[in-house]
Design a protein around this ligand. Sequence first.
Ligand SMILES: [Mg+2]
Length: 391
Amino acid sequence: MRITGLTATPVAVPFHEDELWAFGGRRGLVAILLEMTTDEGVTGLGEASAYPSADVVMAVLRSIEPFVIGEDPFAVERIMKRINVAGTWHHVKATSPAIAAVEMACWDVVGRVCGQPLVNLFGGRVRDRVEFFYYLSRRPPGKMADDVRRGHDGGFRTFYLKVGSDDPAEDIERIEAVRDAAGPDARIRVDANEAWSAGEAIRIVRSMERYDLELVEQPVSGRNLTEMAYVRGRIGTPLLANEASWTRYDQLEVIRHGAADVLSVDNQMDSGLLNLKRSAGMCEAAGLPVLKHSLGELGVAGYAAVHVMAATPNFLYANQSYASLLADDVVESGVPQYADGTLAVPEGPGIGVRLDTERVARYAELYQREGHAFAFSDAAGLASTPVLPKR
Ligand SMILES: [Mg+2]
């Protein structure tokens, strides 16, 4: 069996409302949908987050195509080695969601040919459903409650909000509002996106802890693991690595430095689903749980990862999801249906989803017309946050 072609389609799918973080914001998400054709008529689906931009992902896809076309889609390791070594990505010491999308499409082909859902090819089920958090948009503290109730009514138990805004007192007011609305049993997770210096992180996190935080995500720079370990030792809340733990090499250093209690892992940022499993395995050996980070994913990438998370024991925390933000999706089954904050593992072969061609066309057109408004880069963010840490 041989891979005969890769077709990439950027799409822009709107959010119900803007996503805002410590240094920027966006109206919706851009994803690059990948269709991998083969000489036996089986087509596999992949999806890349548009990180750092759709243009870069499209350029990477073009550049790695020669290492993929003509290969056997079952030879996942060999294809990845060709891209990384012959393509010299190993020297760049970086990766791209484009590479992850190619790997994802290979697995979709493999699953379809075998007639098996991916979960059965990644170790089999250790859980039938995978839990996700509820992402709370940044609003004035007095307006958080409605959003919390929507998540609560949807059965979500973990609420995630960005902190690290220009006014820490307002962040604390937001957390108080979330705790009031969510009740004592809800889990509250905060993400500072590296906004604080070590001293400020310790002071601010300690003042937030009276609201019983589940995890504090990346309070300080992810590039200074000594500082992360220092902060971790001086706060009462478990520390979640994110910007510090993009790849397996980064995760190894986080483990060595004792810099986190929980690690974010992400196939989009580390060349695919096989590495997602490897990341989790490395952390499991170190006695650490993991959760899946997301740059914002539609049904193809979202469900691809669900298979691996369902087959991997130490995904013990609610994983990242854009369920509360996304207004639509591009798969035939539509917006994923969460029950009690969880998604079921698809039963069909491969990833178990198909593209809705009408929606793909609509959102491809939206990308062409207004894609810039959906990008990660935000000039306004630079004006308000010229440097990190903020204080
Ligand atoms: Mg984060």
